[in-house]
Design a protein around this ligand. Structure first.
Ligand SMILES: Nc1nc2c(ncn2[C@@H]2O[C@H](COP(=O)(O)OP(=O)(O)OP(=O)(O)O)[C@@H](O)[C@H]2O)c(=O)[nH]1
Ligand SMILES: [Mg+2]
Length: 553
């Protein structure tokens, strides 16, 4: 974590602008993922700092803040050398902020418009009678604030608003109330990151016996140390005596000539904001998530849900169906074709056996059975696991955001899966050459059998009509037509018997190939619809962390 600034350390304006820019990048990166309530401080700072830096940097806005009756207005008037802000006996006296500007009013007015001091409560400390007396304070805009412990709620709100805007705060306490809980717990402690733009004065020092003053100052210093304000200037002042504020005046002169208070104030604010944001990006962004096993489980669940096993089984069935049709015994092929093709039943891109049949459009809905309730819940769990595994090491609220990202496109998944299945080349649009070869062979032996049968029938017919018998050529002892008929039938059966296991083996291969292609297609859908949204969110986390690191530099 960034060390608090030392008083003598200068804030580089460009470095501050870079830090503010980093906070802006952080806000962009976490937008929509982190509740706005946790980002209010950062948004306020970015907005406020942008405006403050664009307004006069030649002016230093200093507020006198403190409890009622501590003497803020008295100090204000004494420093201004005029009765500008009424001092009263009835408490509280000052209800709205008064401002006094040392030097030209131009830039100061714009600054006071932004700070919100009404024009009728603005005064200029510029008098010909002063000569150069006041020149050391040129650029000072001194504000007399209402009391912060007020019975008037509006006073407290006004003080809180102004304390967020000013460059330097002079806390005015008096000997009676310097140890009040309100000032320490509600205010001074909150300013511990603004030590370098904080001054504490113990006013009404004249009311203490001289011997008491060092003791009270030491006690107050101890309380300030407890508040985390060790090292802040602590001065004793007396507003009612002309030289009772020399130390305070010198401190203000230094602040004005330094022209650092605005930058230091914003730098302190940036420290506060960065410290609060740090909890949101406390660990390094995870690298390789989710793990391979979780992704495999997701792919499996997606495949089940997309009906990959059913389609792969249909591919095997279709292969056997089509190969049987192409290579089976020609006389029963037609009967075989009456049975439906398993892939057609799923409305998947059909075979090329029928060239008239137009190819199905890739995104056509298939008739793959819808996932069962069990498959759906398994997919839901697998997606949740991706989110959980990816975000488990991150600080809140990121784990929930990562899980939500994993589920963000859940509703689109069924159509995407169906489209992926429909668009996968199942390798079923080509007829293997060997089918044709075997088919032709089947035709050949069938023709031989038919020819043999015809020849035999012709012989019987001639004999029945008493015509001269045909003299069949003989193969060994057997007449050729009988050999052709029986040989053809036997050969047909034999070819079918030999081909069947080959078809079964090839169908299994076709199934495996289709299953692999389908799994790849489905896994691409998983990447696009589940893993990429998760990755995108983790990238935003990484950006936010990187921006936070820049903001703490
Ligand atoms: N003796 C003495 N009296 C002081 C001193 N400073 C202020 N007073 C008196 O304390 C009373 C309150 O002073 P203010 O200046 O009105 O105090 P304030 O802090 O502006 O009070 P609110 O406007 O109510 O918040 C007045 O009667 C002042 O005269 C001081 O240094 N010494
Ligand atoms: Mg006052």
């Amino acid at each position: 974590m960034r060390e608090a600034l030392r008083r003598d350390q200068r804030v580089d304006a460009d470095a501050l602008v870079a830090r503010l820019d980093a906070i802006r990048r952080f806000l962009d990166a976490v937008d929509g993922e982190v509740p706005d309530t946790r980002l209010v401080g950062a948004h306020t700072l970015v907005e406020r700092a942008g405006t403050r830096l664009s307004l006069s940097r030649d002016h230093t806005v200093v507020a006198l803040a403190g409890a009622t009756g501590s003497g803020k207005s008295s100090l204000f008037n004494s420093l201004a050398g005029m009765e500008l802000s009424p001092v009263g006996v009835r408490r509280p006296t000052t209800g709205v902020a008064h401002a006094c500007v040392w030097g030209p009013l131009d830039g100061g007015n714009r600054l006071l418009d932004w700070v919100g001091v009404l024009p009728r409560h603005r005064f200029v400390r510029e008098s010909a009678l002063d000569g150069d007396d006041e020149s050391a304070l040129h650029g000072l805009i001194l504000l007399d604030l209402p009391d912060f412990d007020s019975v008037q709620r509006s006073h407290r709100l006004e003080v809180d608003r102004l304390l967020g805007l000013v460059d330097l705060v002079v806390w005015v306490v008096d000997p009676q109330k310097y140890a009040d809980r309100v000032i320490h717990n509600s205010y001074l402690r909150e300013f511990h990151r603004h030590r370098e733009v904080t001054v504490v004065v113990l006013n009404q020092a004249d009311r203490l016996p001289p011997a008491e003053l060092p003791r009270v100052l030491a006690d107050l210093r101890r309380l300030l140390d407890v508040d985390g304000l060790d090292g802040v200037p602590l001065l004793a002042t007396t507003a009612v005596e002309p030289d009772g504020m020399t130390g305070l005046r010198e401190a203000l002169e230094r602040a004005v000539s330094d022209r650092q208070a605005a930058l230091r104030r914003l730098s302190g604010d940036a420290d506060t904001v960065a410290a609060a944001l740090g909890e949101l990006v406390a660990v390094e962004a995870p690298g390789h998530v989710p793990d391979a096993a979780t992704v495999r489980a997701l792919d499996r669940a997606l495949a089940e849900s997309a009906g990959v096993p059913a389609v792969a089984a249909a591919v095997e069935g279709a292969y056997r169906h089509r190969a049987g049709g192409a290579t089976g015994w020609p006389l029963v092929r037609g009967w075989r074709k009456l049975r439906p093709d398993p892939l057609h039943r799923l409305h998947l891109p059909g075979p090329t056996t029928d060239p008239q049949r137009p190819a199905e459009p890739v995104l056509a809905a298939t008739s793959v059975p819808d996932p069962t309730a069990a498959q759906q819940s398994a997919l839901g769990l697998a997606i949740r696991a991706v989110g959980d595994r990816s975000g488990e090491k991150l600080p809140a609220p990121w784990p929930a955001a990562v899980t939500a990202a994993a589920r963000s496109r859940l509703a689109d998944l069924p159509d995407a899966l169906d489209g992926a299945v429909a668009g996968t080349d199942l390798g079923m649009d080509r007829r293997p050459f060997w089918w044709r070869l075997v088919g032709a062979l089947q035709w050949l032996v069938t023709l031989a059998a038919v020819a043999g049968l015809g020849w035999l029938v012709l012989g019987y017919a001639l004999r029945a009509l008493g015509l001269p018998a045909l003299d069949y050529p003989r193969v060994g002892e057997a007449p050729l037509p009988t050999v052709l008929l029986l040989g053809g039938l036997l050969a047909g059966l034999l070819v079918a018997a030999v081909t069947r296991p080959v078809i079964r083996w090839a169908a299994r291969r076709a199934r495996q190939r289709a299953e692999q292609r389908l799994t790849e297609a489905v896994s691409r859908v998983g990447a696009e619809y589940v893993l990429i949204p998760v990755r995108a969110l983790l990238d935003r986390y990484a950006l936010a962390r990187c921006a936070w690191q820049d903001a703490t530099r």
